[in-house]
Design a protein around this ligand. Structure first.
Ligand SMILES: *Cc1c(COP(=O)(O)O)cnc(C)c1O
Ligand code: SF4
Length: 354
């Protein structure tokens, strides 16, 4: 059946205003801003993920993640195209090597769904940004030469847009490098395109055991029978360890009750909550931001009342490329101009707006 076929879901993605209006009620404001936002960051959603939207509810947490709004066009002075300075930490095209022992490798610039708060708006959905075979060979050569690297993180875009054969070959080659201790995959497909988790993909994963997969659920509504089944397969057939990272998003999951329900449901389907991210200072995202103090308060209310295994670490990826810091009370100083001053893992100071 086509609905359960991941290629059908990708080929039948809804990518324009007419397609979207045919499925859900789009407001006049959304209609006006659609062509303008599309210039900066493409719109696309799988029929599966769109079916999770409550078409009558304008505050639906799924809808808010995918439907562009006028607020995206507001670009304030503290927002950046590349907030984490990923491009400047690139020794080879497609690799960000910020921490000594691990590197991120962007294997694809295609995602099943484009999330409106995405940090990598500058490159996802841009097909000409996709690395080619020659660049892949350069990446392998770099991983082999850098003997301090212990972990490679496959990311994108979504690396699971690649075929099973290509993934098998990449995983096998990485695992054959003696100093590589572990391989991790960052993918939102269990949430936005769960049909991608096929038996044959799980065979590839099992063959390359052990693998760590970090997915990206933001709201309990995303935990459906289909996504739970994808996780069950990953764990029982693929023998994969599955973790989750969420982004703290205004109006989507910024309440203790929502986060608690999400985290308990994740544990129930076999996923360990890993990170809760502060929303990055990427252009057009200020309407999603929860201030750091408020985020710390929300996160603090989880502790004690909820099982420790359900609680992710609340982190901020420092604007300017300092890396991640834990967001806990007293983790920062407030500067005279109202910024937050953090020290990164190397002791270097970074001032950030949120
Ligand atoms: C987040 C990130 C990682 C992974 O960090 P962990 O804390 O190990 O999950 C690695 N490299 C870069 C550039 C990152 O932004
Ligand atoms: S799946 Fe990840 S990389 Fe792709 S648009 Fe969403 S947040 Fe960005």
């Amino acid at each position: 059946m086509s609905w359960t076929d991941w290629k059908w879901q990708l080929q039948n993605r809804i990518t324009d205003l007419d397609g979207l209006s045919a499925k859900i009620h789009v407001t006049e404001e959304e209609k006006r801003s659609f062509p303008k936002t599309n210039e900066f960051f493409q719109f696309a959603v799988t029929p599966y993920y769109l079916s999770l939207v409550d078409s009558k509810d304008h505050h639906c947490p799924i809808r808010k993640q995918i439907v562009p709004t006028e607020s995206e066009l507001e670009h304030s002075s503290n927002e950046w195209e590349d907030p984490l300075a990923e491009e400047s930490h690139m020794p080879v095209k497609g690799i960000t090597h910020r921490y000594p022992d691990r590197a991120i490798w962007y294997l694809s610039h295609v995602c099943a769904v484009y999330c409106r708060f995405c940090t990598r708006k500058r490159k996802v959905s841009e097909p000409f940004e996709t690395p080619n075979k020659k660049e892949w060979e350069e990446a392998f050569a770099y991983f082999e030469a850098q003997t301090n690297l212990r972990e490679i993180i496959l990311s994108g875009g979504d690396p699971l847009t690649l075929s099973d054969e290509v993934l098998n070959s990449i995983l096998g080659r990485l695992k054959a490098i003696p100093h590589i201790n572990q391989v991790r995959i960052h993918t939102r497909h269990p949430v936005t395109l769960p049909m991608r988790i096929t038996d044959s993909l799980c065979e590839v994963f099992a063959r390359n055991f052990p693998l760590y997969l970090v997915t990206h659920f933001n709201h309990p509504k995303e935990i459906t029978e289909t996504s739970a089944e994808a996780i069950r397969k990953l764990v029982t057939r693929g023998h994969v360890s599955v973790l989750n990272q969420s982004v703290l998003l205004r109006g989507i999951n910024d309440r203790t009750e929502t986060l608690s329900e999400l985290n308990y449901k994740l544990i129930k389907i076999g996923v360990k909550p890993y990170y809760l991210h502060q929303c990055d200072e990427v252009f057009g995202s200020s309407h999603f931001v929860v201030p750091i103090e408020e985020g710390i308060q929300i996160h603090k209310t989880l502790r004690g009342f909820h099982s420790g295994i359900t609680i992710p670490q609340y982190v901020k990826d420092l604007t300017g490329g300092g890396g991640k810091v834990l967001l806990v009370p007293n983790a920062y100083e407030k500067t005279a101009d109202g910024k937050y001053r953090f020290k990164n893992f190397k002791g270097k100071e970074y001032d950030v707006s949120h």
